[in-house]
Design a protein. Structure first.
Length: 513
């Protein structure tokens, strides 16, 4: 019995192959390393696992150890394909594409899966070169029967569409990739993680909050404890905070940000999450909390601004500047805007990031101009931000600029844009709350309704309200129901936030201190 058990546990080439197909790339490498002899298939399996784990230098070493002849056999074509893929991951795009195109030309009679794999790597290479038509041509040539290779092709078609400005089309491709993964025999956790966080991001930006239950269910069943998925998890949690906010689920938004902070793989990501926390609490009147989180993020940024990751990032200085511009001293944002104009803007000119970053800079400059008493200049900046965000399909962000224009101009077209952009969001979403407050007559409450609302804002339960007012629990409950209907909300939490935003109730003392 013990002998049979030892025999079953002995590492085998088929065991390494099975581990690769299951997406257990680390197990595949461990089995390959434990095999007594290393042949061609062992080295190819090892290289595939290294490529999947983004360890391209090790993959390149494994492939080049083989020294296969140039004949277009399945083995030699696979080796050339892996060599080209490794070069792409190492940033040697021209060399990698040259190797892959040569292999593709020799692969006319190769196994269809090998040809499909070569095609997808060529598509990825052209995508990274910014050559989108060529990328789409090769990605769309991958047949449906290519299993996980086809799922990956769908994912990258989505990324091409995303970077081309077709965010609606990109979202559909990401959803299709998730559906395709579910029907594949092979598995790759990195493909699924990438599709999940990309879809969550677009769910917030388009915005499409009605997609969220499907995404959340899939995210909750994904194994985030496996190695290599910390950054996708962080990005998913960060995006999820926006979606939960759109849905009026304020506490859930905080929980997602707490998760983002817990898994942040570096100080850079911790700053990103802290800035987002500032944004979240600031939109709902928590000015002291907003100031605390912004100052904490700025202090951390100044301490670490020479860190390589912070220097290379193009988005964080503007994200931080935007929150500073909405604080007690908007001029604090000016040095970060200057840094963007002098350092980052020249670096991103002509890239896919230029439009979004310029829009963010324009919005931040609008806040500063408005706070400085220059409404004409503020309107100009807000219009630029709105137009740029809208052109990219980022309607949630465009709606923020449109709201400021509605405040400054009183024009109905800007209000209409906001209403349409966040029409699927909860009434408790901050833009809906504030838009409702613009030019709308004050809600008239009876004395007893006003009294109950005051106690609700103070955090009292129905039973406590009844005791304080000397009435029954049923009466208190009925008045609360009347208030929910009056304000058009679904929960006590939404009622409190909307009532404060519309000036129908005073915020708790901790927020007005």
């Amino acid at each position: 019995m013990k002998s049979a058990q030892r025999k079953a546990e002995r590492p085998t080439l088929s065991g390494a192959r099975d581990a690769l197909f299951r997406g257990a790339f680390e197990d595949c490498l461990a089995i390959c390393d434990a095999l007594p002899d290393s042949d061609v298939e062992t080295e190819l399996l090892r290289a595939r696992a290294y490529i999947s784990l983004n360890r391209a230098d090790r993959a390149l070493d494994a492939v080049r150890r083989l020294r296969l002849r140039a004949e277009p056999t399945d083995e030699s074509l696979t080796a050339r394909m892996l060599e080209g893929a490794a070069l792409l991951k190492l940033g040697q795009l021209d060399d990698g594409l040259a190797v892959l195109h040569a292999a593709h030309a020799d692969a006319r009679r190769a196994h269809p899966t090998i040809r499909a794999e070569i095609s997808i790597h060529i598509g990825i290479g052209h995508y990274r070169e910014g050559q989108f038509p060529q990328a789409l041509h090769h990605l769309r040539s991958v047949p449906e029967n290519a299993d996980i290779v086809h799922a990956r092709a769908i994912l990258f078609v989505g990324w091409v569409m995303f970077d081309s400005g077709d965010v609606e089309g990109a979202a559909e491709r990401f959803r299709a990739a998730l559906r395709r993964i579910a029907s594949c025999h092979r598995y790759d956790r990195f493909i699924e993680a990438s599709a999940l966080y990309a879809l969550a991001f677009l769910c917030a930006e388009i915005p499409k909050p009605e997609w969220w239950p499907e995404i959340r269910e899939r995210a909750n069943t994904f194994d985030w404890t496996t190695s290599g998925v910390v950054i996708p998890l962080f990005l998913l949690a960060h995006a999820a905070s926006y979606v939960a906010e759109l849905r009026g689920e304020f506490d859930e938004a905080r929980e997602w940000l707490a998760r983002a902070l817990a898994v942040a793989p570096s100080p850079f990501y911790e700053i990103v999450a802290t800035v987002r926390l500032a944004e979240l609490v600031g939109r709902y009147g928590e000015r002291l909390s907003h100031a605390f989180f912004v100052s904490s993020a700025l202090a951390r940024f100044e301490t670490l601004r020479n860190d390589a990751l912070l220097r290379e990032d193009n988005t964080l200085p503007l994200t931080l500047a935007e929150e500073l511009a909405q604080g007690y001293n908007p001029a604090d944002a000016t040095p970060l805007l200057t840094y963007y104009a002098q350092v980052i803007a020249p670096r991103v000119r002509g890239t896919k990031d230029e439009g979004m970053l310029d829009a963010s800079a324009a919005l931040t400059q609008g806040y500063i101009e408005e706070a400085s008493g220059r409404p004409a200049r503020a309107r100009e900046r807000y219009r630029a931000a709105m137009d740029r965000y809208d052109a990219m399909g980022y309607r949630r962000r465009a709606a923020v600029a449109a709201y400021r224009l509605a405040v400054l101009t009183g024009e109905e077209r800007h209000r209409a844009y906001v209403r349409d952009a966040v029409r699927d969001a909860s009434p408790a979403y901050w833009l809906n709350e504030r838009l409702t407050n613009l030019g709308v007559q004050e809600i008239r409450l009876s004395d007893r309704q006003a009294d109950v609302l005051r106690l609700l804002v103070a955090g009292r339960s129905n039973k406590e309200i009844a005791t304080i007012r000397g009435g029954s629990w049923y009466t208190a409950r009925n008045i609360v129901r009347e208030l929910l209907g009056t304000f058009g909300v679904r929960s006590r939490g939404e009622l409190v936030r909307v009532a404060i935003a519309r000036g129908a109730a005073a915020p708790p003392p901790s927020e007005t201190a």
